[in-house]
Each structure stands twice: as C-alpha cells, then as structure tokens.
Write a protein that binds this ligand. Structure first.
Ligand SMILES: C=C(O[C@@H]1C=C(C(=O)O)C=C[C@H]1O)C(=O)O
Length: 174
C-alpha cells in the first residue's frame, strides 16, 4: 500500500490555493457599500450600527468553531470587512453632501441589502476555510494576496476610495 506523505499533500494544497476567490467576495462586499450609503443617504440612518455589527461578529465566531477555523482571526477578518464598508459609506456620504448633484436619486431598502451581505458572509466563511493554510505562510501569503488584490481591483475598475476600502478589508488576511 502507498501512504501519501502528509507534508507533500499539504505542500500541493498550499501551491494550488490562491486568494482570488476570497478577494472577489471581499470586493463584492465593498461594492455593496455603495448601496448601503445610498440607502442611508435617504434614511438618514448613521453609518455605524453597533448592534448589527455585534450580531455579525457573534454569528461568524460560532460558524468558525463549527467549520474548524480560528474564531478570533475569523472575527478579526469580518471586523475588517465591516470597517471597509464604513470607509466606502463615509467617503460617498461626504462626497454627496459636498456635491448633491452627484447624489443618488433613490436608495435601496437596507434590509434587502443586509440579506445580500448575509449571503456573502456564508460564502466568505467557506473561502476562509479553503485558504486557511495559506493565511499562515508568511511572505507567501503576502505575495499571493497582493497578486489577487491587484487582479480584483483591475477587474472591478475600482476607484481610489474603493481601493482604500480593499486595503482596510485585507489588513488581517495574512
Ligand atoms: C453595512 C452597514 O453599515 C455598517 C457596516 C456593517 C457591515 O459592514 O456589515 C454593519 C453595520 C454598520 O455598522 C449596515 O448598516 O448594514
């Protein structure tokens, strides 16, 4: 019988994985920040909703335990995603306040947007499981992340505000 050497299997998995999937979902979540900002522009609701944030963080901690990944680093990752959304929201709301002619003329329902964000949370958790080993590879992690982010930023034609949000979102990945 041939027994596959565990380190070799791990090596192969490390080589194969990229952050492309994770960064794509992170950018999708950042872009949804535009809808959140439009919604809050009309409702006047504050950018920060600490209760909603705590619900998300508690929920992802529980999911992390079930999925076998570290709850602290999972919560830190999602805190960074929330912070990134707020970078976009603050940037757009400030811009629209200064240039009302550029402001949206209608805003989507925040509850509908939150359903989309919840669906993304599930997908992001699955990606965190997939790239878990890659997150602990030091320089290799940094390099993979830079490549995936650059690719995603180009694919999505992100402007300076949204690229700033990507930097915030990616701070805890490696
Ligand atoms: C996106 C929102 O705005 C903020 C960002 C959140 C997020 O990124 O999940 C959650 C709550 C708010 O502090 C929201 O209110 O839903």
């Amino acid at each position: 019988t041939t027994v596959p050497a565990a380190p070799a299997v791990h090596e192969a998995a490390t080589r194969a994985a990229t952050f492309d999937g994770l960064t794509e979902l992170m950018i999708q979540r950042i872009v949804i920040g535009d809808d959140v900002a439009a919604s809050k522009y009309f409702s006047g609701k504050p950018v920060d909703d600490p209760v909603r944030e705590q619900q998300i963080l508690d929920s992802v901690r529980q999911s992390a335990v079930q999925l076998g990944i570290d709850p602290d680093s999972t919560a830190a990752f999602f805190q960074a995603q929330i912070d990134a959304s707020k970078v976009v929201q603050r940037g757009l709301l400030a811009y629209w306040a200064a240039h009302p002619d550029k402001a949206p003329t209608s805003g989507p329902d925040l509850n509908v947007i939150r359903e989309k964000l919840d669906a993304l949370t599930t997908q992001l958790l699955a990606e965190l499981v997939r790239v878990d080993h890659l997150r602990q590879t030091g320089l290799r992690c940094d390099i993979s992340l830079v490549v995936s982010i650059a690719t995603g930023e180009i694919r999505h034609h992100l402007d300076a505000l949204h690229r700033q949000a990507v930097r915030t979102a990616s701070a805890t990945v490696c």
